[in-house]
Design a protein around this ligand. Sequence first.
Ligand code: ADP
Length: 484
Amino acid sequence: MLKNLNLLKTHGYINGQWVGDNVKSRFDVTNAYTNEVISTLPDMGKKETDEAILAANAAWPEWRSRTAKERAAILKKWFDLIMSNQEDLAMLMTAEQGKPLAEARGEVGYGASFIEWFAEEGKRTYGDVIPTPANDRRILVIKQPIGVVASITPWNFPIAMITRKCAPALAAGCPVVIKPAAETPLSALAIAELADQAGIPKGIINVIVGTNSSEIGLALTDSKIVRKLSFTGSTAVGKILTRNCADTMKKVSMELGGNAPFIVFDDADIDAAVAGAMISKFRNTGQTCVCTNRFLVQEGIYEEFVKRLADAVKTLNVGNGMDEGVNQGPLISLKALDKVKDHLSDAVDRGAVIVAGGKPHQNGGTMFEPTVVSNVDSSMKIASEETFGPLAPIFKFSTEQEAIDMANDTEFGLASYFFTNDINRIWRVSEALEYGMVGVNEGVISNEVAPFGGIKESGLGREGSHYGIDDFLELKYICMGGLK
Ligand code: ADP
């Protein structure tokens, strides 16, 4: 039960108002574990999205005219309010998304950290004075907010994927129109309520809730007013949205799928590697875009690693994320469950051996036993497709070069991990991996100070860090001529 019932919303949020009573249909948001209806929301579409875009554009001039320091003070209040409501926000998130409460608390803190960070970074969007090529001219570069930002976000991190986009946008002086995933809109609406309480002006944050994502998506991408789209989600949808942004030449940021390798070399600290493997693979029940998809283990340590990982996996506790001691929640949908089943049966048909788990969990619903399979090879779907569930396939390799080649043999390039104690190898492999992010002897690498993002078909742009605000700023070159 929430302490602050005002955080549980039944409307969308446009121009500082809780709206949607006149929207003709509504949709249910359900508890990921019990399936009970938590709230019912207006099923918004193009009309409401267009209204939100106009409201954002109208609010923009006043917001951009404030100093970064003034904006930072308001963002800091938003951060404080999120942290003081951490427990309620975590419960809401666990209810609609399913992740264990401890992880949800962690996400609230992680999500809030972007607001604190970018409140500060907004003050440091320095320009340049460039040495002139002619004495009668001076050459300056300033950075200005890009304009109305659209942000389309997934269900796996219902708060952090929003704040990672909106905090830099707001700090830079841009208004935002957010479209959260239909599975997890309540977390988005709850933080919008806190933004309102923090004094973020009306129209600067808008939240469109609805199940017709392509209709809302098209309203955002077709709009001439929206100047930037920041998306986190699947590569397939990211490609559609990027294409749809071409006609208005919007700037895009795309945080898309991955196929993360986790390499364990013979010389690794095996305790650290198993601990890193557990958190990297099973966090959020395997449903993060940086979750390990493929374990690549050197032959000398292979048998031991398989056994140690299987033993650790058998201790995981699957159930209702609200319950004490549960560290694996349900999958987000039956479709997600089917994908895990399909990847597993395809692997088994091709010779993989199940060493832990291997079937739907006795609790039913969308739960699957945390699973480890060995004897896997590159012909299997798990080698090339993102499973997004609690299935850990362990591949074997002999040489360092073979591991690098296997790791890079994918169209994706988001996160990668490897464990070794050889300093020379650390540099060689870090530089050879074709990924936006590399964890060395680390299984979790996301934080607000580091640039998160992928290369190849994993996306465009970086979020977090001092780089993360650039995507919401335009450069303007000013040439002052005729100087005597
Ligand atoms: P996931 O597999 O994580 O659900 P999606 O890419 O399907 O990934 O969803 C991520 C976000 O994109 C969600 O908010 C979803 O509603 C939205 N989305 C899905 N399809 C479209 C689309 N055609 N246009 C705009 N947004 C979409």
